[in-house]
Ligand binder design. Sequence first.
Ligand code: G3P
Ligand code: CA
Length: 256
Amino acid sequence: MGSQGKFIEYIPGRKKPMIVAHRGASGNAPENTIASFALAFRLGAEAVEFDIHQSADRRLIVMHDEALDRTTNGQGLVIEKSYGELKELDAGSWSSPEFSGERVPLLEEALDFITHRGFALVEIKHGSDIYPDIERNIADLLSSRPKWKRRSVFIAFDPGILLNLKELDDELNTGLLTADPPEEYIDVAQEFRIQSFFPKWEKLKPDSVSTLHRNGYSVHPWVLDTEDDARKVLSMKPDSVSSNHPEMLFSLLSGK
Ligand code: G3P
Ligand code: CA
């Protein structure tokens, strides 16, 4: 557990990048469920990435899509439903009968489960333009939970969401998702008080990671699902690597 507390920091000479399970161990279990988070840690992950939206009654809901249709037996949008309706859904059967009865987690359930075991990366899919007061709801939820704060980082493509969070609570960790060469966003990161970078790995240039490191940022590329891609990115010495198959990263990094 020791190094998880250091997830967000750039640590020069870090021996091994940390292993992130993307949407949990989503290659082998239904994404963004407690089952996929549990499997991730069993397969060697040290951190879990997941996504959040907000329900009609302003609860923070763990799901990738805005709509229920792909990953549950429900229909329509998360924002149209109360938590009472969402908690009745089956979020596992679409993946395999083995996972029938898996529920849609709340943010607090995901943080509680993951931070006992490692580090949580929480992607905020929309800000308060779509989900009223979402940043304040997140800050309120974590306000009396120092362990959750230490072992989580909130990530988004929209830097404004991350600045809103930081202004509500300076102790919340933030990371900027980028789908272009990430070094183009160093000025943005400074302006929006962002602490780390989460670049799409395909957009990394050979010196992107070292440039971000020189500027003091930790770097967390996503999402690697083949050994060849993972080897290429590992040679750039990032601070973490993510995959839907954390077992693949574990075997590469442990030489098994
Ligand atoms: O970790 C970043 C990555 O999750 C962004 O893409 O669509 O899987 O949420 P997506
Ligand atoms: Ca995500």
